[in-house]
Design a binder for this molecule. Structure first.
Ligand code: PLP
Length: 408
């Protein structure tokens, strides 16, 4: 028998078509938005059947309908189907932000009582704080990739990693961590890679999570999160979402789904420009370390080409102080000067937008992390989310801002 059409498609085709199966039946071409909060039911029996199915983590029963949009939204579900196809997952579950998505993963994983979490650092500062603060009742052991096996305990319920890592762009070997974790589920924050460049489930991860606010949304106008996983884990995540109400609004889901169609094009174009910029920055005398997996020596495990199909659209680099220092007050002033001097790029946190964003990890995104910042996150370090502008235009902006910024 011929496999279903979507199963045979290249990811670029999936990005355009996945999650749109019902459009012809509905007689529409563009994605519809259903803003209903409640849904009429025909009979109480059918409504009860549907409610029970959703409380158990499934979709609505055909005849009972969605009942209430905290339980199910057809618009959100369409986006979830599209994203799951891109990740090669059974299912995905969307949330109101990346942090809401991660929270749901932790809650689902520790539900049975195993509250110990092993995390690989560095990791996004708020993720660090989420599990370190104890707000979800977790106890955390932070380690590096090689320390996962020895950090595991009988009550470990979840292992958390991010790759590429924020903001140093180191790559973590997913398969090595999965092996070290044994039976314990591993969640991979794949926000910087997107499903275009990396599919963690194929490497044994139980959950892949994205801050969809970033490249998946792609235009800086939706805050959202999404987790792709097996049917069984998705059922658990939906149960958590019904109880906590951490839902994604249908308007946001519509924008994310619309954005999926151009995700491969956007990511590959930004990746190409990031590689060009990393090469030119590496040769600039006012720049110290450049972090991008394309830079020689920055992918010691050889994961580009195996785990990740390319080096990605994010990079970081150190603006050196006038004495050539990468840390301390002089470096801070140089980085600050750079951020004040860029004209084409925008000094702002977040990433994955059509335009280039530059920010200061030590001062902003890693500030909320627990403990000391790892040595690489120096005062001169600037992180760049490369947008869709012309590479030469961006380089001229950066070159001028490095000169001006260092002079103060
Ligand atoms: N994970 C990473 C790698 C991030 O960069 C962010 C946000 O910057 C998050 C998670 C959190 O996502 P959100 O801001 O959508 O809650």
């Amino acid at each position: 028998m011929e496999p279903p059409l979507l199963a045979r498609m290249h990811p670029d085709s999936l990005a355009v078509h996945a999650g749109r199966d019902d459009l012809r039946r509905l007689g529409v071409h563009a994605l519809p938005i259903d803003l209903s909060t409640t849904y009429p039911f025909e009979s109480l029996d059918e409504a009860v059947g549907s409610l029970d199915a959703m409380m158990a983590g499934g979709g609505p029963a055909e005849r009972g309908g969605p009942i209430y949009s905290r339980l199910h939204s057809p618009t959100v579900a369409r986006f979830e189907d599209g994203l799951a196809a891109l990740e090669g997952a059974d299912a995905s579950v969307a949330f109101g932000s990346g942090m809401a998505a991660l929270t749901a993963v932790v809650q689902a994983a520790i539900w049975d009582g195993n509250r110990h979490v092993v995390g690989v650092k560095p990791i996004y500062g708020t993720t660090d704080r989420l599990v370190s603060s104890g707000v979800l009742g977790t106890e955390v052991a932070w380690t590096d990739q090689g320390g996962v096996a020895s950090s595991m305990r009988p009550d470990t319920g979840l292992v958390m990693i991010e790759t590429p890592v924020n903001p140093t762009l180191d790559l973590v070997d997913i398969e090595a961590v999965v092996q070290a974790a044994g039976d314990v589920p591993v969640v991979v924050d794949s926000t910087f890679a997107t499903p275009v460049l990396q599919q963690p489930l194929a490497h044994g991860a139980a959950f892949v999570m994205h801050s969809a606010t970033k490249f998946i949304g792609g235009h800086g106008d939706v805050l959202a999160g999404v987790v792709a996983c097996s049917h069984e884990l998705a059922a658990r995540l939906r149960q958590v979402r019904i109880l906590t109400g951490a839902i994604l609004h249908p308007q946001g889901a519509y924008l994310l789904h619309r954005g999926l169609a151009t995700l491969p094009l956007r990511v590959r174009r930004s990746q190409e420009t990031a590689t060009t910029l990393a090469e030119r920055l590496s040769e600039h005398p006012g720049v110290g370390a450049v972090y991008h997996p394309s830079v020689p020596g920055r992918d010691p495990q050889g994961l580009v080409g195996t785990q990740m199909s390319g080096p990605g659209p994010m990079l970081s680099f150190e603006v050196l102080g006038l004495e050539g220092e990468s840390d301390g007050d002089g470096a801070f002033a140089a980085a600050d000067g750079f951020l004040r001097s860029v004209r084409l790029a925008t000094p702002a946190v977040s990433l994955g937008s059509t335009d280039t964003l530059v920010q200061h990890p030590a001062g902003l995104t890693q500030r909320v992390a627990s403990g000391d910042a790892p040595g690489k996150i120096t005062a001169g370090l600037v992180r760049v989310s490369v947008g869709l502008e012309d590479a030469d235009d961006l380089w001229h902006d950066f070159e001028r801002a490095i000169e001006t910024g260092r002079r103060g």
